[in-house]
Design a protein around this ligand. Structure first.
Ligand code: SAM
Length: 323
């Protein structure tokens, strides 16, 4: 949550590194699957589960911010989707009846897809799209109205890409915070680096995963820790079937929190997906949404046609979260 108006005067550096270009090229090259293709995917349930988590975060953040307004008749709600990708969250914002969407992303093709998706929607809210490396360029300078203030910035499954360097993290956090209203919220999701390191240690080599995903470092856990793990630029190659095949970085959360604090942000909560799931699975709407989004693989594949039951039946959630 933003609590004060305080940020750097650091100048932006528009030079992209080779790794940022690799990331941008990777996301630019991803094929846009239709729903039928997605249903056949081996990561169908995992994607839907991730989408369920994002849906609840986005819905509840907007609800919370609206409930705290003095003027309950004020319907304006402005969102910055930082690293918005192809606009996978547009319908989530539509459901929460926002009035203005700003989507920014380093991948120009993804931004075009996002525009197209918005163009095909009912356009219940205004939208603008910014193609920029948000870890090096300032979004404020690219907004149609530089005085606009966001109620919320959301950075979903993307923040870790800026952990290549200290300056990039600062610029990314600055982009997340400097146009936020006081009391506005920055929320997001990213890999849990502690868990990544735990699995690296456990595997004993420099690579682990299963037949759907893999994570590969240049060194083993022992080699990394002997040399001292860098706080920035601790790179690994992440592969996830059909979706991701590019480098990313470990996020050392205490540093992220400290940098966020220097930009006037105060941490409200941080949770792993398993904790988040346990806390949010109850409640009519959330469990209905789990069903509706087909967010969990309830039955072994051969039985998939069986109708969905109560959320307590979900047997695979723990396996997914643990594997
Ligand atoms: N937030 C979207 C979602 O949840 O569907 C997309 C997530 S996708 C896993 C990661 C996104 O981060 C990609 O669209 C990629 O282009 C974007 N990205 C990576 N580095 C970035 C940077 N430095 N600036 C802006 N976007 C970046």
């Amino acid at each position: 949550i933003r609590y004060q108006n305080q940020y750097d005067n650091q100048t932006s550096n528009s030079q992209s590194s080779s790794i940022s270009s690799i990331v941008a090229n990777h996301y630019n090259s991803i094929h846009n699957n239709d729903i039928q293709e997605r249903k056949k995917s081996r990561i169908y349930y995992m994607r839907n589960f991730n989408n369920w988590v994002k849906s609840i975060i986005i819905r509840d953040t907007i609800k919370l911010l609206r409930s705290e307004r003095d003027d309950k008749n004020d319907t304006e709600f402005i969102v910055h989707d930082l690293a918005c990708g192809k606009g996978g969250d547009l319908t989530k914002y539509e459901k929460s009846q926002i009035t203005h969407f700003i989507g920014s992303d380093i991948a120009s093709v993804s931004i075009e897809h996002c525009k197209e998706r918005y163009g095909n929607s009912r356009k219940y809210f205004k939208a603008e799209f910014i193609n920029a490396d948000c870890s090096r360029e300032l979004i404020k300078d690219k907004l149609s109205d530089p005085n606009i203030r966001f109620d919320m910035t959301s950075c979903q499954f993307s923040f870790h890409y800026c952990f290549e360097s200290y300056d990039q993290v600062r610029t990314m956090v600055r982009n997340a915070s400097e146009c936020l209203k006081i009391g506005g919220i920055f929320c997001g999701t990213m890999p849990d680096s502690i868990e990544v390191m735990r699995r690296l240690k456990e595997c004993g080599t420099n690579q682990f995963g299963n037949d759907v995903y893999s994570i590969k470092f240049d060194k083993t856990y022992d080699e990394m820790t002997a040399a001292g793990i860098s706080l920035f630029g601790a790179k690994y190659d992440f592969h996830l079937e059909e979706v991701v095949d590019c480098p990313e970085f470990l996020v050392y959360f205490p540093i992220m929190e400290e940098i966020c604090e220097s930009y006037g942000l105060k941490l409200i909560f941080k949770k792993r997906f398993d904790e988040f799931y346990e806390e949010n699975r109850e409640g009519d709407d959330n469990s209905r949404l789990l069903n509706f989004m087909e967010a969990l693989e309830k039955y072994p594949p051969k039985d998939r046609e069986r109708p969905m039951g109560k959320p307590e039946d979900y047997r695979h959630i723990r396996e997914y979260l643990q594997n």
